[in-house]
Design a binder for this molecule. Structure first.
Ligand code: SAH
Length: 246
């Protein structure tokens, strides 16, 4: 039996080696991506107020396998610092923007964070590396389902997904230490401001025009008062109020 089995075992171990070589190639690409993000952070410091992102945020960017969140046709481009299509006319954000939005909420290990616009699930995974609990809502059902599958396959347990209109937040799980909205709105949805804890932060692209918005940081002070500031111009897909017609 042994002489017959040996070639099979050899083939199998080659497959394992090839697979881990591919993983290693992506690890190097991820490290390069993180360097590019750090460079962009330095360049945009005047507008964002963040010359460097937190080490924990950078570690999460260097860890989450972005190639698992893009369509197979784009897998090899997953670590380029640019947005990519994820199907249903939607896109996964540029990694620098994901890192910036994550840094702007100052994530802490005990935090509960809400994301509106699950998309591929990538931003949710980055958050799940950093905080205690992540809730994420997607309005396009097939995207929400695929993201849930990807996140489950990768073993994220501190994360809940939901298909629905994120405009109204997730009242049953509120209040949140932070909320990230990854789709553009003409104004800040009031339910989201209400679902922030005192001291909480909301990061959202706001603008009337579809081609460019301002990335805003809204902070609720301990006394409940609201302060907001703009950071950089960005371009996000719109926050819709119902699933787009197919
Ligand atoms: N954060 C995502 C990318 C977001 S793209 C990622 O990491 O991949 C923006 C997403 O917001 C799209 O998938 C879009 O369908 C979704 N979206 C738009 N309007 C929404 C709404 N009202 N509620 C929830 N999701 C919405």
């Amino acid at each position: 039996m042994l002489p017959i089995l040996a070639p099979i075992a050899f083939t199998l171990s080659l497959a394992v080696i090839e697979d881990s070589a591919a993983q290693d190639r992506y690890a190097a690409e991820r490290a390069q991506m993180a360097r590019e993000i750090a460079g962009m952070a330095a360049m945009t410091a005047a507008e964002t107020g963040r010359p460097a992102f937190a080490a924990s945020v950078m570690a999460a960017m260097a860890k989450v396998p972005r190639h698992r969140f893009v369509l197979p046709a784009w897998e090899r481009d997953a670590y380029q610092n640019r947005p990519l299509p994820i199907g249903e006319g939607q896109t996964i954000s540029q990694p620098y923007i994901v890192a910036l939005m994550t840094d702007l909420i100052d994530p802490k290990p005990g935090h509960t964070v809400l994301e509106i616009g699950t998309g591929s699930g990538y931003q949710a995974a980055v958050l799940a590396e950093l905080v205690a609990a992540v809730y994420t809502i997607e309005i396009v059902a097939p995207l929400g389902r695929r993201a849930a599958e990807t996140l489950r396959a990768l073993g994220y347990r501190n994360l809940q997904t939901r298909v629905g209109d994120g405009y109204n937040g997730w009242p049953e799980k509120a209040p949140f230490d932070a909320i990230i909205v990854t789709a553009a709105a003409p104004f800040v949805p009031q339910p989201l401001v209400e679902q922030l804890k005192p001291g909480g932060k909301l990061v959202i692209p706001v603008g009337d025009r579809l081609d460019v918005q301002q990335l805003m940081v809204i902070e609720k002070a301990a006394d409940g008062s609201i302060k907001s500031r703009r950071t950089i111009p960005v371009r996000f897909v719109p926050l819709t109020r119902e699933a787009p017609a197919k």
